[in-house]
Ligand binder design. Structure first.
Ligand SMILES: Nc1ncnc2c1ncn2[C@@H]1O[C@H](COP(=O)(O)OP(=O)(O)OP(=O)(O)O)[C@@H](O)[C@H]1O
Length: 247
């Protein structure tokens, strides 16, 4: 059974099409990177898929009751600032509470452990650094213990080591049989860790497939307006943006 199923989903904002009709499915085991330049429609696609904003067409997730949707999909929004003066453990526990489970549910301790947050569990969440807060919010999403995770720029604000760890975690969750959809701007990490890339450009889906097949020089030039050097490393392909193509 598909974890996400969109049929002709589209969004208009202020009279403009910001997401042209698209159809796609996401299956268990897939770690899907959603890539595209700023303003391409990545956040819009994920929010519409979850039913958080009005859209035309259908999304199976958006059609679920709030309780059923909370059991199916966890959402990591782009905004990362934590303003509540509560402990990290309590905040991560809210992920379990979203499913009507107690904060003592094993999913909470598991999420804290997977993000190396046990040493910070008693700290006040709003007093953590930006990158630490980002990890706490991802842990809250994991504590929801859902088959599908949608994450809007999960690497934003993370140092290089944490970014690699986070992508490794998302890939591991997919390998365990969950589905992951994450918007990403780091094309090298997307190529290295994702099983599939979906590319949006000006609100349209322009490519969908295996990273090596999607990240062609022509696509990088046309969609991102960049020239890249490709470096083959033992860990996989690295794309080093060299310059901007005048358009
Ligand atoms: N409430 C709104 N009213 C009008 N236009 C909007 C609204 N929200 C988003 N848009 C427009 O929709 C387009 C897609 O925005 P979206 O946030 O989905 O892009 P994105 O790909 O997630 O970008 P980024 O990488 O910068 O986060 C943008 O052009 C944006 O200006």
């Amino acid at each position: 059974m598909s974890l996400m199923s969109l049929e002709n989903l589209s969004v208009r904002r202020a009279g403009e099409v910001v997401l042209a009709p698209l159809s796609l499915r996401l299956e268990p085991g897939e770690c899907v990177g959603l890539i595209g330049p700023n303003g391409a429609g990545k956040t819009t696609l994920m929010r519409a898929a979850l039913g958080l904003i009005g859209a035309s067409g259908t999304s199976a997730l958006a059609a679920l009751s709030p309780a059923a949707r909370a059991a199916r999909a966890a959402w990591l929004p782009q905004a990362r600032e934590i303003v509540w003066p509560v402990s990290v453990a309590h905040l991560v526990g809210l992920g379990a509470a979203a499913r009507g489970r107690p904060e003592t549910h094993p999913s909470v301790a598991a999420a804290l452990a997977r993000l190396d947050l046990a040493p910070l569990a008693a700290r006040q969440a709003n007093a953590l650094s930006g990158g630490e807060q980002a990890r706490v919010l991802l842990a809250r999403a994991l504590a929801q213990d859902t088959p599908l995770i949608l994450a809007d720029e999960p690497l934003a604000g993370l140092d290089p080591a944490q970014a690699i760890r986070t992508m490794g975690l998302l890939a591991a969750l997919a390998a365990e049989g969950r589905g992951v959809l994450a918007s990403l701007h780091d094309l090298s990490l997307a190529a290295r860790f994702c099983t599939r890339l979906i590319v949006l450009h000006r609100g349209r889906l322009v490519a969908d497939g295996a990273p090596a097949a999607v990240l062609t020089d022509a696509l990088l030039a046309e969609v991102f307006g960049i020239r890249c050097t490709r470096v083959a490393t033992p860990e996989g392909l690295m794309l080093l943006p060299e310059g901007v193509i005048a358009r």
